[in-house]
Design a protein around this ligand. Structure first.
Ligand SMILES: [Zn+2]
Length: 138
């Protein structure tokens, strides 16, 4: 990337950073989803604990145990977390894609400081591709 123009260098640094943020958010989203799925599966497995009883007047849910309550709270909390991470991931992805498209729109113009025929453009696209940033397909 040594021959790439200053503007392109700056944009490249920025898109690498945005990709890192986006990927990190996706990782958090996966983890939150797993943390959601475990107590959720518990509830599905013991769903009969969560059925109200109208015969017992003291407790509406006489079969619910402490782990059931914990699973219920954990599921609710993790659902909120999954939702927030989804929103944050969407935001990060939008930022990333908008810069990616900006680079793609400008990559047709001069991107380097060479004054002769060169393959900087090609090398640049390849280099970014190796970093997991696709500048070929929108
Ligand atoms: Zn060049």
């Amino acid at each position: 990337m040594w021959k790439i123009s200053f503007i392109m260098q700056k944009k490249s640094e920025k898109i690498i950073e945005l990709k890192r943020i986006k990927d990190n958010m996706l990782r958090k989203l996966y983890l939150a989803f797993i943390a959601f799925a475990i107590p959720f599966l518990w509830i599905m497995n013991f769903y009969h604990h969560f059925l109200p009883s109208f015969e017992n007047t003291d407790h509406l849910f006489p079969d619910m145990t402490l782990p059931d309550y914990i699973a219920l709270i954990a599921t609710a909390l993790m659902a909120v977390l999954v939702y927030s991470y989804t929103q944050l991931y969407k935001k990060a992805k939008t930022k990333y894609d908008s810069l990616r498209h900006d680079i793609m729109d400008n990559i047709g113009a001069v991107i380097c400081n060479c004054h002769e025929q060169c393959n900087c453009r090609e090398e640049y696209i390849k280099d970014m591709d190796e970093k997991g940033i696709d500048l070929i397909i929108r």
